[in-house]
Design a protein around this ligand. Structure first.
Ligand code: GDP
Length: 184
């Protein structure tokens, strides 16, 4: 079995590339998208020769044709079912808006595949402290999250939440490998 890995998922434009660049401390490593929804590849980043970050293609860009959405689905499904190294998926959500149907579907998918999740509220600098609680409650109730899945607010712009997120990533990396899908 290969290095353990953490995958990052979210709708296009949610701030995934910016967050990866923040975590990796290297602007430009993950490409901040000029054309949302265009990238349909999975990018792997090797970290410290110890684990991998996996950048899954963003979903839900309105102008993407059905055929591309279908191929996105099968790409992600193949990834989720075929990677026993996967320890958790970081699901990125924009706390300024209610979670979309696709966010909910993604969460339900991950739950059904028994994949632990790290829920991330991105662009935290855009949500005042006073509004955090209601934004958090909205995410928790829209997705039906359990108590240990409370969102971590992170800003790629200010770096807020970075250490909190790293500690969740470290916890996830320490989890035991999942059973390959379909095996008892
Ligand atoms: P991706 O499509 O999910 O990879 O999203 P990007 O990282 O390309 O970001 C989409 C847009 O959101 C860009 O204009 C970014 O500058 C902006 N953005 C990303 N992260 C943050 C953040 O933490 N705060 C703010 N204010 N804007 C952000």
């Amino acid at each position: 079995m290969g290095w353990p890995e953490i995958a990052f998922a979210g709708r296009s434009n949610v701030g995934k590339s910016s967050l990866l660049n923040l975590l990796l401390g290297r602007p430009g490593l993950a490409r901040v998208s000029g054309t949302p929804g265009k990238t349909q590849t999975i990018n792997f980043f090797v970290i410290n020769h110890a684990y991998l970050f996996v950048d899954l293609p963003g979903y839900g860009y309105a102008r993407v044709p059905q055929s591309v959405q279908k191929s996105w689905r099968s790409l992600i499904e193949a990834y989720l079912t075929g990677r026993p190294e996967l320890r958790a998926v970081a699901l990125l959500l924009d706390p300024r808006h209610p979670p979309t149907d696709l966010d909910r579907t993604m969460h339900e998918w991950l739950t059904s595949y028994d994949v632990p999740e790290i829920i991330i509220a991105t662009k935290a600098d855009q949500v005042s402290r006073g509004l955090r609680r209601s934004a958090q409650d909205r995410i928790v109730s829209a997705l039906g999250l359990s108590g240990d899945q409370s969102p971590v607010f992170v800003s790629a712009r200010t770096g807020e939440g970075r250490l909190d997120l790293w500690s969740r990533i470290d916890d996830a990396l320490a989890l035991r490998p999942r059973r390959p899908a379909g095996r008892p």
